[in-house]
Design a protein around this ligand. Sequence first.
Ligand code: GLA
Ligand code: ZN
Length: 676
Amino acid sequence: MKLEEIRQFLHGGDYNPDQWLDHPEVLEDDIRLMKQAGVNVVTLGVFSWTSIEPQEGVYTFEWLDKIMDEMYENGIYVILSTPSGARPPWLAKKYPEVMRTSENRVRMLYGGRENHCESSEIWREKVRLIDEKLAERYAHHPALIMWHLSNEMYGRCYCEKCAENFRKWLKKKYGTIEELNKQYWSSFWSHKYMDFREIEPPAQHGEMYQHALVVDYYRFSSDLKINFLEMEKEAVKKYHPDLPVTTNMFHVNCGINYDHLAKILDVVSWDSYPRWHCQKEKSTEWENAVGAGFTFDYARAFKGKPFYLMESVPSVPSQFEVCKLKRPKMHMLSAMQTIACGSDSVQYFQWRKSNGSVEKFHGAVIDHNGSGNTRVFRDVCEVGAKLKEISCLKGTEVKAEVALIYDFDNIQALYEQRGITRNKRFFESRPQLHYDALLKNYVNVDVISSEADFSKYKVIAAPMLYLFKPDTARKIREFVKNGGDFVMTYYSGLVNENDLCFSGTLRNPVFAPYSLNDVFGIKVNETDAICDDEYNEFEYKGKNYKALTCCELVEVDGAEILAEYKHDFYKGLCAVSKKQYGQGFAYYIACNTESDFLSELYGDVLKNRNVSKIVDTEYVKDVMVRERNGYIFVMNFSTEERRIVVKGETILLNGYDYIVINKMVSSHPIFSRSFF
Ligand code: GLA
Ligand code: ZN
């Protein structure tokens, strides 16, 4: 069956039956329970290397043959994984160079997972071999619908081979050492290189100060991993070029440029583990939902197509400081959010809880007790049934007129630079703050990189777009000129793609945001930082708002001033501005603000650009509204009851309740609602 031809949402998850091969009755239970739960897909083999090649060159596929056949006979599709997420001990023992070298230049001992050296030729050879063996045997198996390459790639290797590849990568990028020195501003502290051979990857006990070098190493490591996955893709496609490949992305900041990775994949998949019900760092359920939504809107926007939720936890994750159970109704609510944001599946890690090792207490559909009579199992069954009910949405698109820029290179460079604050969390959390404000205006949002096509959006928000790639300024100018509204903030357009500051001369001075002063009608003169317990203020439409952490001192040259600072020596200077340029408007927010101001401003921006809201109502606290293909999902992320007006009708939602409404049907608008 072709993936896109499957009419139902996929429902299932990671299944590791090789842990129970000596318990056939457990495997029989699994199939019975899967059918009961409406499971129609399993991901097999994610960490099965030791079960399929227990010794070098000795293959034991029989158990997998049997499971694959049984899945097929029971109408359950299989996503088959290549096993390169973890290796068997024999492999590391015989070929120690496959192990990753940490930043301190110490090679890791055998253990763990996802700690390989992607430069190691023998590692590549071994992975290619096992991938080809799998593909040769199963590529045409009727249960198989997709390949799952490796598992959640992250981290970096710092071995001599990687260093060598890095030097080659640099040579290709810069051509000459002189050009590299120019971009790295390397005469500072006498860090000028005479030869590419002198360059070392960054290290805490070595070079961390040449920021361009550090960011380049992150980029190189991302490219290396993508190249490794391309090798795996080639290996599995050898026997069936049309079978799609995916890999499970999982953290917006895991060291891989996902925008680039998505280009080599047929299908994008995401693993999502929000910290539901944990009030740590004051994160509320709404904030958890916003965090999850951000990643879904990112995953979907890579290809502008549905993505797959490859992993989520049906009950309690075990990797957090506090491992809280999912409260009643949250499982359904979070599944609905995923579907609303464009997922074509709800899948779990994992089907059955392992009896031993590190994740023995990580939630699963079936607990150690083996019973189907549990709250978690009933929750999963309920989601299975609901997914069947709403299957008309499978494969449909989520359309957004609004985009928010979240760019890999920009974020990496922001983390390294030293300005405003050393609190990395500040930089990490800004994009989400703006995303939150947009969601509160009840519009769909795409989260895109600065390399994406801007032309299909009406409004683009770009919080702290510090790094401009060669065509970033041109793209923004064109976008606004042609009628788009662009919202830019403080700390934007300061450096080029190599983290080198844009600079000017007496005759030709250069001010941020680089080469866009005429578009925004402002020039940034200075940047002030404010301590945590201090704030400035400004007034917008008669209301007072706080300016926190960072305030830029901006000279207005053609823009309309929307708000002015109220205190300090820059009292009276512009805090927020707006300027028409061509057919569109360019907004500039010169200071960091709280979500209340942002949602107010974005409300005005969206209205000004005639962006249609999903529901024409003010934000109701904790109620999220999304639209997928004409169906409106209204989701209450509060434990308390909420009322919201949708299409003229007041809807009452109990705590963690949701409702899905067909926009087109006016006589009987309620398509489906939760049963609680
Ligand atoms: C990740 C991994 C899984 C498992 C889960 C636990 O998503 O891919 O193997 O470790 O985390 O949450
Ligand atoms: Zn290495």
